[in-house]
Design a protein around this ligand. Structure first.
Ligand SMILES: O=P(O)(O)O[C@H]1[C@H](O)[C@@H](O)[C@H](O)[C@H](O)[C@@H]1OP(=O)(O)O
Length: 740
């Protein structure tokens, strides 16, 4: 199978009979590893720990003690449930907006009906899945054998924290964490047609070419429509609240509070007005106009030759085959400007009135008032200032109502036009578009559950490190995924899913809040384009955070994925198939990692950077990684080691994934652990293989296999192992046929 030719087959097994020096025992109590006060919080998310203790000799013949720990997380189920609830909310709201589009001509009305039927079915399906998941109270683990189950498809496979706590002589104790999880992928939908990376691209191409039936809006424009709709939905109630507060201040006749309320109202109204500045709203209004029963065609649509031609960005939007672009005399484009501008005008009237009321009030209280330049007004009686104490509420109320009316009108029109944009996207891709959204949601949910778990653990273990905290809010955290999937057969589709799922994590930001109760589970808000995960910390830890973090600054993550297939399927791909997917993923993600490093160097304080550079040659490591990616060598596992090392040095969150995270992943994390012991903790070189075999034979990972497939054997056969890179082969007796 290739690797034999390289003379590497002699280490399929390693004799560990004389492993007297590697003492192993299991223990029940997990190690917090980061201070006792964190324990209740971590224990609330980590469950069913398995611990193993080892002793290995160091190069100077002393002993190092290792505690290996593996825990499940209730986030495996909690995050999918949170996310599905948000999807349901978002989709119900969108369906409502489609219903409220108003009267449409028969062509568009039929489309809408069709879209709504499908969308309602999807919402029902999400609701059913949520109901099923809600029955799984207290669950924290989905086994590899359940990966194809429909009701569990949002739940990550075999998610665990794999932790190594090293206590070695002369050195500080050290913790090394890796989150191990099955590659986020849509197993229930299957991989016959590939995964998200290919499917999304193909879908977009096809959608562009259905130009005559529907209006083509680019993915950016569709995303923009969703963003503006979401902004409107958030801003409108906020403005209503500030308007009420302003009236409240007016009835209390309190100038300071009136000024403050006005400030808030103005800010929000300006944001509101700004939200509609987009050309998309303008073009969508025109498109919707043509789709109304009255928007009768005047001239036939000009045929479009290319997909690009159908983009509505600059030109008036193209319309359906039976409809046409309206003549300008049909449509009063300036009407929208008038409606839109009226919001600003109404706000200005309120500002003027508040200024007047406060000025008059000051003047009457000052007994005679003062002129604008501050000089005392000498005139004895001014009919205005002499006015008795005014009823501010009465003066402002009609103006506020006028503002609300104008806004209502703007919101109504904008919402309808943007919902019409969404209708195009949905109608053009029925039903594949909705299935793709489901697939993306499924994959994203699995990826997000892992990320939130990794983030919370990282936060708790690094809270006492000021450098980490600074990095967290100035640069964000790198999240590095090691993929071991092969670019062959179904795993191509899995890798295509995984690549999109991980890249979608860029849409997630974290916010740390103070825990007010015993409920420490994270809360998610947002919608498909942008999510915020609120992570709770107990008061004492929260108070020690840097001010920007305490004040709710959003904390960003920078996910990167490097994949190297290692099994017999990859041998086939290397020899007879196509490895371009893996090559492009590695190349693209290298660029992302390089960008992250550049921002890190730019934003971290100079004294931190100079110390950092003394300790680490990150530039050299990055160059080395780049060369290895460029080298296009088969099964180049050096790529994974370098990427993982860079991630650890950058304080990042480490992930390792294969299809099920039990066999190949176990080989990889145990190898990583022993390599760290050798490179960072002076593990005696004669004991490297013995330590590795010992961990694989007796450690947490064989327990992982057991809990997944009820059998203490890695699911490899001899032939498969011959194809594995040398150090990824488990010891004799630990592998064999297992019903996976
Ligand atoms: O944990 P994995 O490495 O994805 O498990 C694989 C194993 O590597 C392979 O040898 C075996 O034939 C099975 O395909 C395992 O996957 P399961 O998802 O079936 O556990």
């Amino acid at each position: 199978m290739g690797e034999i030719e390289d003379g590497e087959a002699d280490h399929v097994t390693t004799d560990v009979q004389g492993q007297k020096c590697a003492l192993v025992c299991g223990c029940a109590a997990p190690d917090g590893g980061s201070g006792k006060e964190n324990l209740p919080f971590l224990n609330a998310v980590l469950k069913n720990p398995v611990c193993k203790l080892y002793r290995f000799p160091t190069s100077d013949n002393k002993w190092m003690r290792i505690r290996e720990q593996m825990s499940e997380s209730i986030l495996s189920f909690h995050i999918p449930k949170e996310l599905i609830s948000l999807h349901i909310k978002e989709d119900l709201c969108r369906n409502q907006e489609l219903k409220e589009l108003g009267e449409l001509s028969p062509h568009w009305d039929n489309l809408r009906k069709n879209v709504l039927t499908h969308c309602d079915q999807m919402v029902n399906m999400y609701q059913d899945i949520l109901t099923e998941l809600s029955k799984e109270t207290g669950s924290s683990f989905k086994s590899s054998s359940s990966k194809g189950e429909k009701t569990l498809e949002f739940v990550p496979i075999n998610l665990h924290l794999q932790r190594m706590h090293v206590h070695s002589p002369h050195l500080k104790d050290a913790l090394y964490d890796v989150i191990t999880v099955g590659a986020p992928a849509a197993h229930f939908q299957g991989f016959k047609n590939g995964g998200l990376r290919k499917l999304l691209h193909r879908f977009e191409m096809e959608r562009r070419n259905t130009g005559y039936q529907f209006i083509y809006y680019s993915p950016e424009n569709t995303a923009k429509a969703k963003e503006v709709l979401s902004n409107i939905n958030q801003l409108q109630p906020l403005i209503a609240t500030h308007a009420d507060l302003l009236l409240n201040s007016a009835s209390q006749h309190s100038p300071d509070s009136l000024k403050n309320s006005l400030k808030m109202l103005s800010e929000k109204t300006e944001l509101f007005v700004h939200a509609f500045k987009d050309q998309l709203v303008r073009s969508a209004l025109l498109a919707l106009y043509t789709a109304r029963p009255g928007g009768v065609p005047k001239k036939p649509p000009s045929p479009k030759s290319s997909a690009e031609d159908s983009c509505p960005q600059d030109a008036p939007p193209p319309v359906g085959r039976q409809d046409s672009i309206p003549h300008h005399s049909d449509y009063d484009e300036e009407e929208w400007d008038r409606v839109w501008a009226s919001v600003g005008k109404s706000l200005n009237c309120i500002i003027d009135m508040v200024d007047k009321l406060i000025a008059r009030d000051g003047a009457s209280e000052g007994g005679g008032g003062s002129s604008k330049d501050g000089e005392k007004d000498a005139s004895p009686v001014d009919p205005i200032t002499a006015h008795p104490r005014e009823d501010w509420y009465e003066q402002l109320c009609p103006l506020i109502r006028a503002l609300q009316d104008c806004m209502g009108e703007v919101v109504n029109r904008a919402k309808q036009s943007l919902a019409f944009v969404l209708l195009q996207e949905l109608a053009a891709g029925l039903p594949q578009g909705l299935m793709l959204t489901l697939r993306r949601d499924v994959v994203f949910s699995q990826a997000l559950a892992g990320l939130v778990c990794g983030f919370i653990i990282k936060l708790h273990t690094s809270l006492h490190d000021p450098g980490f905290l600074q990095q967290l809010h100035t640069v964000g955290l790198v999240v590095q995924y090691e993929g071991l999937l092969s670019t062959y057969s179904d795993e191509i589709g899995m890798l295509e899913d995984m690549a999109v799922g991980i890249s979608d994590l860029k849409k997630v930001a974290f916010k740390i809040i103070e825990a007010k109760s015993n409920d420490v589970l994270p809360v998610i808000t947002g919608r498909r384009e942008h999510y915020v995960v609120e992570v709770k910390l107990p008061a004492r830890l929260f108070e020690a955070l840097p001010p920007p973090v305490r004040e709710g600054q959003l904390l960003h993550v920078h996910p990167v994925l490097f994949n190297v297939g290692i099994n017999e399927q990859q041998t086939l791909a290397d020899r007879f198939g196509d490895v371009s997917l893996q090559e492009s993923i590695n190349q693209e993600n290298f660029e992302l990692l390089k960008e992250y490093y550049a921002v890190f160097m730019e934003k971290m304080p100079p004294d931190y950077i100079s110390h950092f550079q003394e300790q680490n040659d990150l530039k050299g490591l990055l160059e080395n990684l780049h060369q290895n990616i460029q080298a296009k060598k088969r099964k180049n596992v050096e790529i994974m080691w370098l990427a993982a090392t860079i991630c650890r040095k950058l304080n990042g969150i480490r992930f390792t994934c294969c299809k099920s995270a039990k066999d190949r992943t176990s080989m990889s994390v145990t190898l990583e652990q022993c390599s760290i012991l050798r490179d960072e903790h002076q593990l005696h070189k004669d004991f490297f293989i013995r330590a590795l075999d010992c961990m694989r034979r007796e450690g947490c990972r064989i327990e992982n296999v057991l809990k997944n497939v009820k059998c203490r054997k890695y699911a490899f056969n001899m032939l498969q192992l011959m194809a594995f890179p040398k150090y990824y082969r488990p010891p004799e007796g630990t592998y064999g046929k297992a019903d996976t």
